[in-house]
Design a protein around this ligand. Sequence first.
Ligand code: 5GP
Ligand code: ZN
Length: 119
Amino acid sequence: MSHDNCLFCKIAAGEIPSTKVHEDDDFVAFKDIHPAADTHVLVIPRKHVETLSNCTEGDAPLLGKMMILVARLAEQLGCAYTGGDTGFRTVINTGPGGGQEVYHLHAHILAGPRPWKRM
Ligand code: 5GP
Ligand code: ZN
């Protein structure tokens, strides 16, 4: 399940410190170390999946749960879409062409006043 020398597996296991905002049996969410916006949280599955491109039909429940968790965390973080100009951005970078730097699947949650930094 966990992958040797994977930074995010180590964060999920608590072997590398992070500011966690959520933890359950399947997922961990923590603040990005170089935030690109006032709110910048990463949501990861505990299961080591390298990229979205590595996902198959069998990962559908995991991905579905991950997206619902993103929505719940946005509420917890105070950036859910509740009308007007509220809301947040969700990003999954995939592969070098998508700007992925850490090869453990993760969804970025970004929100707050513009401008945001490049990520
Ligand atoms: P990617 O480019 O792979 O989609 O995003 C990786 C993200 O992980 C980047 O936004 C980067 O700032 C964040 N990151 C890299 N190393 C660490 C770390 O050790 N701790 C935390 N909390 N975030 C990290
Ligand atoms: Zn991993």
